[in-house]
Design a protein around this ligand. Structure first.
Ligand SMILES: Nc1ncnc2c1ncn2[C@@H]1O[C@H](COP(=O)(O)OP(=O)(O)O)[C@@H](O)[C@H]1O
Ligand SMILES: Cc1ncsc1CCOP(=O)(O)O
Ligand SMILES: [Mg+2]
Length: 326
């Protein structure tokens, strides 16, 4: 492993903050509202409840703006689109921006369809606090927002003294990727530069200059633009139920109601990994796995969640800040 990447120690403050967030949600049952796709809406609400929060789903701007007075965070997911969504989301995100209301974006299928691209493009003006997505969606979103994404990858950095074909390939312009529907076609590491670029863009306009990007996959990557965390574990059965990613976005919003964006993203990612591992031991296929997963979200021990297998590295080393965005 790159020596710049280190295991986060058990007594690290970030783990204490995750444990507090998991416990605070259970004690305070915060409401996070969702404007989400209608394939997985039920799993999103149930996952938020199982994590200890409460849920409210809506598509009407006035309803959502009123609910934002009592919900301390919101979730927007563009998985399924209807003609009125573009105008509705414009009004909703403009309000969130004016009110400094924290929200999580899941840019499902980013890069597909002109309507989705137009909607995601508009969020550049009224940006979310957290982006939660798979690797292909993160790469596509950085491109839609026209962000400057350095071509350096961690793998290329590791091979800094090796001037073989890999380095030559790095000089070539990045090929545009297109997600296969809602599924990722890129690996998580290849989205690191895009994730850091998005996090730095978001925090430039965020309240308190705090924002985070969470990329899900076999190993999750979470960054606030300064540090890059990797979360290990979980279970591949998560890819055999629809809505695991959507539910992760909804639960990230639940945590965002009680803590800062980085801790919210880490808490949700660590909780999902522990819960999916537990669910895999007591299920026999996708149907029973989904049920066992909700039970495991409910039963997960806050300390076990916070002590999950996690590494950290400085984003500055691989992707130096070349211009001041703060
Ligand atoms: N191969 C895998 N092994 C373990 N966990 C996984 C794997 N793939 C995805 N996950 C987990 O599934 C959840 C949803 O991630 P993902 O499938 O990438 O999202 P999406 O459904 O949006 O593409 C995350 O908690 C992630 O950690
Ligand atoms: C299948 C499908 N089609 C449109 S949205 C959606 C659900 C995507 O869920 P996830 O991104 O969590 O896999
Ligand atoms: Mg998804």
């Amino acid at each position: 492993m790159d020596e710049r990447i280190h295991t986060v120690p058990d007594d690290a403050r970030i783990r204490q903050r995750v444990m507090n967030a998991v416990s605070t949600v259970r004690e305070s049952t915060p409401l996070a509202q969702s404007f989400t796709n209608f394939v997985t809406i039920n799993l999103v609400a149930n996952a938020q409840l199982a994590a200890g929060g409460t849920a409210a789903m809506s598509y009407l701007p006035d309803d959502i703006i009123d609910t934002a007075q009592v919900a301390r965070a919101s979730y927007i997911n563009v998985g399924t689109l209807l003609p009125f969504y573009a105008d509705a989301l414009d009004q909703i995100t403009a309000y969130f921006h004016t009110a400094s209301h924290p929200w999580v974006l899941d840019p499902v299928a980013a890069g597909i369809g002109s309507t989705r691209t137009r909607i995601l493009s508009s969020f550049r003006e009224n940006p979310p606090t957290v982006v939660r997505a798979n690797a292909s969606e993160v790469i596509a979103l950085a491109s839609i927002w026209g962000l400057d994404v350095p071509s350096t990858t961690p793998a290329a950095d590791d091979a800094s003294t090796d001037d073989s074909e890999a380095d030559t390939a790095d000089d070539a312009p990045a090929a545009p990727t297109k997600p296969a529907g809602v599924e990722a076609v890129d690996d998580v590491d290849s989205s690191q530069a895009a994730a850091i670029a998005i996090a730095r863009f978001l925090r430039a306009t965020a309240p308190n200059h705090r924002a985070a990007v969470a990329v899900s996959g076999p190993v999750d990557l979470i960054t606030d633009g300064d540090q890059v965390f990797r979360l290990f574990g979980g279970d591949a059965m998560m890819t055999k139920i629809t809505g695991a990613g959507c539910a992760l976005g909804g639960v990230t919003a639940t945590y965002l109601a009680v803590c800062d964006p980085l801790v919210a993203a880490l808490s949700a990612g660590l909780l999902f990994n522990r819960a999916s591992e537990a669910a895999a031991t007591s299920s026999s296929g996708p149907g029973s796995f989904q049920t066992a997963f909700l039970d495991a979200l409910w039963n997960a021990d806050a300390r076990d969640v916070a002590m999950g297998n996690m590494t950290a590295a400085s984003a500055q080393q691989t992707h130096p800040v070349v211009e001041t965005v703060l």
